[in-house]
Design a protein around this ligand. Structure first.
Ligand code: 45D
Length: 322
């Protein structure tokens, strides 16, 4: 039987216990735009008491510089309008420009705005704003999440802002030909050991990703292979996966811990591995508990891998099949 992405998505389906991350974002989505901006500002500054993102490199900030300079020159009412437009995804020139940014450039843009807010150059929340009970409720829900989940909520709200430009074709704002590199915070983990796993494609994948060697990682996939990031649809084909990795998988430290491997009658293998991933934005201070679900074809190539955020640390041990 031919492998299909649809059937691959269902392997180890007991991994998909409801995550508190989409639930929190759903609460956030119900807030009005000023409440959303206030929530994000409070959540970001509250989080900043224990963990703060690393400053983005100059090369990355340069990509956002044009917009940032424009905003700096505005009156505080105009600045508030820009932020409302971004949060409500209005179709404005600035919201479009933001929409063309890569995920990491969007994060760098907000990092810099946050710094300008702390310095008093930009107003964080609309003048005269009063916190609503809804904001308090979502903030309390957020405080119950672990740090890896909290930064994922922030990341996903930042990604969703701006005008969605995906239907507009190529950008009139030039994208950087190559994404600026992240500086690695810890030495490359070169020899990978995962309890219960000897599959060469999986060990090779982790090793390549930990060295930002995306060409080597891609070579392990079938040509019609797919990668499904957390809370997203599968990305299909080597070229699309390579583009995604260059934009979003740089500088990650992947620390798989344990896994199981089940050989199927057709010779394909289904593997589930759990472990911790660190983002270069927060380095070793924040770990995200995740799982990889691999489908390896009979020739030993990766046909499918899904990455899922785990609902709780207990899920790290959930390697049984139901
Ligand atoms: O005033 O095997 C707000 C893949 C607004 C690849 C703000 C992966 C208000 C394959 C925006 C709040 C990538 C899928 C200010 C594995 C306001 C693979 C500023 C997984 C100032 C394992 C907010 C990787 C700011 C994973 C500056 C799971 C917020 C990676 C900054 C996860 C937030 C990475 C930042 C995550 C969040 C990174 C920098 C979750 C970064 C999060």
């Amino acid at each position: 039987m031919a492998l299909t992405i649809q059937s691959a998505q269902t392997i180890f389906s007991n991994t998909q216990v409801p995550s508190p991350i989409p639930a929190t974002i759903a609460l956030f989505d119900q807030l009005n735009v000023d409440d959303q901006l206030a929530y994000l500002w409070y959540a970001y500054t509250e989080m900043g008491k224990t963990i703060t993102p690393a400053a983005p490199g100059a090369a990355r900030l340069q990509l956002a510089e044009g917009l940032l300079n424009q905003i700096k020159q505005m009156s505080s009412e105009e600045q508030t309008k820009v932020m409302r437009d971004l949060a409500s995804r209005a179709d404005t020139p600035i919201s479009r420009a933001y929409g063309f940014f890569s995920v990491n450039t969007k994060l760098a843009f907000w990092y810099e705005l946050g710094e300008l807010m702390k310095q008093g150059i930009i107003t964080p929340i609309p003048v005269g704003y009063q916190m609503s009970p809804g904001v308090k409720f979502v903030l309390e829900a957020t405080q119950k999440l672990d740090p890896g989940q909290q930064i994922t909520v922030l990341r996903n709200t930042v990604v969703d802002m701006g005008f969605d430009t995906s239907d507009l074709g190529p950008s009139s704002y030039p994208k950087a030909a190559t994404e600026p590199a992240f500086q690695r915070t810890t030495p490359v983990i070169s020899s990978v050991k995962i309890d219960g796993i000897t599959e060469p494609a999986v060990l090779g994948y982790i090793e390549a990703m930990n060295a930002d060697n995306f060409d080597a990682a891609i070579a392990l996939f079938t040509t019609d292979g797919a990668l499904q990031p957390p809370f997203q649809k599968p990305i299909v084909g080597r070229e699309a996966i390579a583009k995604y990795m260059r934009e979003e998988a740089q500088g990650l430290n992947m620390m798989p811990q344990q896994g199981i491997c089940e050989v199927q009658p057709d010779g394909s293998k289904q593997l589930k591995i759990t472990g911790v991933v660190q983002t270069p934005w927060f380095g070793v201070t924040v770990g995200m508990n995740i799982s990889w679900r691999f489908l390896i074809n009979p020739e030993g190539k990766i046909f499918f891998v899904a990455i899922d955020m785990l609902a709780s640390p207990q899920e790290l041990m959930n390697l049984r099949r139901v």
